[in-house]
Design a protein around this ligand. Structure first.
Ligand code: BGC
Length: 751
């Protein structure tokens, strides 16, 4: 046995060795060793091959093209996307590991965004759940299902902060808030990747799109983004940081330029921020052709130049375009790119393949069926849809519905199994979808059903009469409207975000019957409701709720479940207010009710003056229709007794904030208690409010609880104009409440 002093001496030697390793950057990591041993055997062509991400069409029928197989045999392809035929996956992998020069396994990828077969609510819907467990379990299920097809890499989570509902990809986003988005980012990465990257059900995650894609001017997809460096760090970076801290293995560059430099060619971003600041050690993939798109951007002269820029920036793998494949060798021969640079990119990719244990286990284990549409998966999808659904209006407690009332189901999304799955649901089979109509039928509810409009953009009023007739013989109208799946998502931005087609006209016609109307919206973005909200008694936002959406909505409508969602984005009255977000700056003339002069109140012939007006629109005002964080439940909650452990905070001590929340209604219910902070004076101006915590409480009627939050120094830190990350002494306000526009207020001082 070793005695204690020997042990201590040995620990010291080990400790010194580790310190010297760290200092000298000597890696003792086995993976690194394996990577260098392998790379020593690889030819230049094979190395370049690892940087190629190639697609096949999901629709390839018959046999795989010979040329493609030969390219794999020659080691010219490192990864594939969209090979959705299991036998093709197996065939290509077999060629790679058995016939290519060094047997390097391929990595198969897919956009598994909100489910694979079992489809969960769109990401903006999942964000509305404010529920990290839901985010994690939904991505775990997606990973289990997708990996059974050989997919081991998903292009998710999408982490673009989105402040503009016109942008079609807001549907895929975590919403407008960096704090909430960061919590979700971590949950998604954990869910997709699982406990071990080497597990056959693990999908490596891809934090995308790095970065600023959501800041596209005017919400037009792919558009220019201008983001100053502080904003980039304070608003757009936190979810990416969270994903990388959680171990996300890949990052995808954005299509857009930021401040004049396309993200795929931005060295400061891809090397400075991503690798150095965030410590990312996985690999970076371009977006679809985003390297060669630097040519139309006006940043690269030609393909070869584009490849040179992207490599110099630190972009490891090229998706679909082939500028690396075609020009890298030449760039190396010309000395424009060094072998050392190439080796860095290749090593980044191989490291991830080793971590995934793909060399040992390149194939899908036979027993791995993915449990597609397993009852457990469907149950989770239903739970996620319930938690994501936001109740926006509920006049006279119209909801939950009285079970004895006769219902008219009307609207273009009441029975559209494909549409309710939403954007990026390629693999979801609509035959498994439970629509509202199928759910009501399954539950034996008596209802009349007339669509009234065939699809969401339908402008024809030819079926209005039939719809009105069923409304007349019913006690209540459930109108399922919104947007078809194709109206949001990539390249599907809208300038007018109200209900498309003749939906508003139909709702108005139905309102004339005098029957109460519940409007249930399925859409990829907040919908402007100004023209019709007064015509309806209740409004539910279901987003595109996925496979089990109908079932979830049935239970919500009848009160067997409570709508759990809260808005992850500000809901505007009209698109003209966009971009509108709760964590804005104050301006020198902050908008307030006392200063607001409506357009109709301006005297005719008024003399040129500001009329006391402040930062607002004369017509739409300055408030949104529904604020960030908003959502009703089926009971009421009262907040009281806001207490703080101290009115002063220092580096050493965090503050404890407590508030009493009481269920003052007559049903058991849940509320989402939210904590916001405002830094009153900063060396750069600070947002009027910032979310810093949230907690869900569930209480029986009359019951109350004390909810406790901790505010630490870390919560108050931000990047100022020197990019110093820290907290500055001064006054802070805090609010605790049910959404961003209200709450009990207090303040403290940081010294
Ligand atoms: C999208 C990415 C997606 C990729 C692969 C691109 O058009 O911007 O988000 O992952 O296609 O399908």
């Amino acid at each position: 046995m070793m005695n204690k002093s020997k042990l201590t001496a040995m620990s010291l030697v080990i400790a010194l060795f580790l310190v010297s390793c760290a200092k000298n950057k000597v890696s003792i990591d086995k993976t690194t060793q394996k990577v260098s041993q392998l790379m020593a055997k690889m030819t230049l062509e094979e190395k370049i091959g690892q940087l190629n991400l190639r697609g096949t069409s999901s629709r390839v029928k018959g046999a795989l093209p010979e040329a493609l197989k030969q390219a794999v045999r020659d080691g010219k392809i490192g990864a594939f996307l969209n090979v959705m035929n299991k036998s093709f996956v197996a065939e290509l992998q077999k060629i790679a590991v058995e016939e290519s020069p060094n047997g390097i396994p391929l990595l198969f990828s897919r956009d598994v965004i909100h489910g694979f077969k079992t489809i969960f609510p769109i990401p903006l819907g999942l964000a509305a759940s404010w529920d990290v467990e839901v985010a994690e379990s939904s991505s775990r299920v997606a990973a289990i299902e997708a990996s059974s097809y050989g997919v081991r890499w998903t292009f998710a989570p999408m982490l673009d902060i989105a402040r503009d509902s016109r942008w079609g990809r807001i549907a895929e986003s975590p919403g407008e808030d960096p704090f909430l988005a960061a919590q979700l980012a971590k949950a998604y990465v954990n869910g997709f990747q699982g406990d071990r990257l080497s597990d056959p059900t693990s999908l490596i995650a891809c934090a995308k799109h790095f970065i600023g894609y959501g800041a596209a001017i005017g919400g037009r997809d792919y558009n220019t983004a201008t983001i100053n460096k502080e904003l980039l760090q304070n608003i757009y970076m936190p979810p990416f940081k969270a994903a990388i801290d959680a171990g996300a293995q890949t990052v995808m560059t954005a299509f857009n330029e930021i401040n004049g430099i396309p993200a795929s060619g931005d060295k400061k971003l891809l090397t400075g921020i991503l690798r150095k600041q965030l410590g990312f050690d996985g690999f970076v993939v371009s977006d679809w052709n985003s390297i060669t798109e630097m040519i139309p951007h006006g940043f690269a002269a030609n393909e070869k130049h584009a490849a040179e820029i992207a490599i110099n920036a630190g972009l490891d793998m090229e998706m679909t375009s082939a500028s690396y494949e075609k020009h890298l060798k030449e760039l190396i021969n010309e000395g424009k790119i060094t072998i050392k640079q190439l080796d860095f990119l290749v090593a980044n990719i191989l490291r991830v393949k080793f971590r995934m244990n793909l060399f040992e286990n390149p194939f899908v284990p036979e027993e791995h069926t993915g449990n597609l549409y397993a009852p457990k998966h469907l149950e989770l999808a239903k739970k996620a849809a319930i938690k994501s659904t936001v109740l926006l209006k509920n006049n006279n407690n119209m909801l939950p519905l009285n079970k004895t009332r006769t219902v008219a189901i009307i609207g273009p999304l009441a029975n559209k199994p494909r549409e309710q799955l939403g954007t990026w649901s390629f693999d979801g089979d609509k035959n498994h979808t439970v629509t509202p109509v199928t759910a009501f039928t399954k539950e034996n509810r008596s209802f009349h059903f007339v669509e009234g409009l065939n699809y969401s953009r339908d402008r024809s009023s030819k079926n209005f009469k039939k719809a009105i007739a069923v409304a007349e013989k019913s006690d209540v109208v459930l109108f399922f409207g919104g947007e078809e799946a194709i109206l949001s998502g990539e390249a599907h931005s809208r300038a007018d975000i109200s209900l498309p087609g003749a939906q508003e006209q139909l709702i108005k016609a139905l309102a004339k019957t005098g029957k109460p109307i519940v409007l249930i919206i399925m859409a990829g973005r907040p919908i402007s409701l100004s023209n019709i909200i007064h015509e309806v008694d209740a409004v539910i936002m279901a987003w595109h709720p996925g496979t089990m959406g109908g079932s979830a909505l049935h239970d919500i409508l009848y009160g067997d479940a409570e709508p759990g969602g809260r808005l992850p984005v500000t809901w505007v009255k009209t698109a003209g207010q966009l971009p509108l977000f709760y964590n804005h700056k104050n301006t020198g003339r902050p908008a307030k009710p006392s200063e607001f002069v409506h357009i109709d109140s301006i005297p005719i012939g008024a003399w040129q003056s500001s009329l006391g007006n402040t930062s607002h629109y004369l017509d739409a005002g300055y408030t949104p229709h529904f604020p960030f964080g908003y959502g009703l439940g089926y009971t009421k909650f009262a907040y009281s007794n806001l207490k703080m452990s101290s009115k002063k905070m220092t580096d050493k001590e965090s503050l404890t904030v407590r508030v009493t929340v009481k269920n003052t209604g007559d049903r058991t219910g849940e509320d989402l208690v939210q904590l916001y902070v405002q830094d009153l004076v900063g060396s750069i101006t600070r947002p009027v409010k910032e979310l810093k915590g949230f907690q869900r409480v569930s209480l029986e009627p009359g019951a109350q609880t004390e909810v406790e939050f901790k505010i630490s120094v870390e919560d108050l830190k931000y990047y100022n104009s020197d990019l110093t990350y820290g907290v500055e002494p001064g006054e802070f306000n805090i609010w605790v409440g049910p959404h961003s526009a209200t709450g009990l207020k207090s303040s403290f001082r940081y010294e």
